[in-house]
Design a protein around this ligand. Structure first.
Ligand code: SF4
Length: 320
């Protein structure tokens, strides 16, 4: 990969001494769409909250996160204020809680425009109307003056996306952006993100537990488990040849769209809590291939071009 837009190396996060992230290494290229998948509690959101300095003070964060070569971890608040909402924007699962309920939606987008692009009131209102049009909010001239509770969930998510675009970001991190929406609105929001990414050339990180969404939107996928990336590969390769037993389990739980009906397989148990991590491979208590060799932390092994996974029994898992 050419020099990445974002380079994360050895990112560790601990809360009260307990590990939430354990050595995340991740590159995001300019204009690239990368999916981060895994069950709740695997560290997908924490990775980006840590990278952008958005975790509470009690979080101990170490490692390195660079944006175009400039270090973000430990950067001055003024530097981070420029990056957040400017060069890197983030949208969240529930727009209703992310928006300020006592300010009109237009005012909230205008504030972002004033902050990140130095626009005066008139210019910010005009640009907000243009952004509302761009994200498909009908009647932008009228909708600019309504409050979040007067809009649907899908429209509020469009407002959040407009606000994210206000800073002309080079990277948009979308954290479960459609989970709180019904199926038809989900499809519309994903179409919108795809179109905006193509039009603006921004990179996209899509955090999701929905493998189907990620397969459709992203050229590369990283699978996270218990605070680590356990497998990463180009999307087509990952879905055609999943190598890590956890990835295989996630895909085995999806229904086939073609072929005979089959019973879906489930991964037994749940993601271990940070205070209860087993030694070595954290997936061992749920893995049918686990044995004594899994008591050491599995190193990453290359499986092909840009395809790596961390499992001591990778060859057997791949063969299976
Ligand atoms: Fe399973 Fe062992 Fe591989 Fe972990 S290292 S995924 S426990 S086989």
């Amino acid at each position: 990969m050419a020099e990445p837009l974002v380079r994360i190396r050895g990112l560790d996060v601990k809360f009260n001494g307990l590990p939430a992230l354990r050595g995340i290494d991740l590159d995001i290229g300019k204009g690239e769409a990368v999916g981060l998948v895994g069950e709740s509690g695997c560290g997908k959101s924490v990775t980006w909250l840590a990278a952008l300095g958005l975790l509470p003070k009690k979080a101990a964060v170490s490692g390195s996160v660079t944006l175009d070569g400039a270090e973000l971890l430990g950067a001055a608040p003024a530097v981070l204020d420029d990056v957040r909402g400017g060069r890197v924007a983030m949208i969240f699962q529930d727009p209703a809680t992310a928006l300020n309920p006592v300010q009109t939606v237009g005012r909230q987008v205008c504030e972002a425009l004033t902050l990140h692009r130095g626009m005066d009131d008139a210019a910010a209102r005009a640009e907000t109307r243009r952004l509302f049009e761009m994200v498909g909010i009908p009647n932008p001239a009228q909708r600019i003056d309504v409050y979040p509770h007067e809009m649907s969930g899908g429209q509020n998510q469009r407002v959040m996306i407009a606000m994210a675009l206000a800073g002309q970001p080079e990277l948009l991190v979308a954290d479960e952006p459609t989970t709180a929406l019904d199926a038809t609105i989900q499809a519309q929001i994903l179409d919108l993100l795809r179109r905006l990414q193509a039009e603006t050339g921004m990179a996209l990180v899509l955090i999701s537990h929905d493998l189907g969404v990620v397969a459709d939107m992203c050229s590369r996928v990283c699978v996270m488990y218990a605070g680590r990336i356990v497998e990463q590969a180009p999307s087509e390769e990952l879905f055609a040849r999943p190598a890590h037993p956890y990835t295989q389990g996630l895909l085995g739980a999806l229904p086939d769209m073609v072929g005979p009906r089959r019973r879906l397989s489930a991964i037994p148990g749940g993601v271990p809590e940070p205070w209860n991590l087993p030694p070595g491979c954290a997936f061992a208590p749920r893995c049918e291939r686990a044995d004594g060799a899994c008591a050491v932390m599995p190193p990453f092994q290359a499986l092909g071009r840009d395809h790596d996974a961390a499992c001591v029994h990778l060859n057997e898992a791949v063969a299976a």
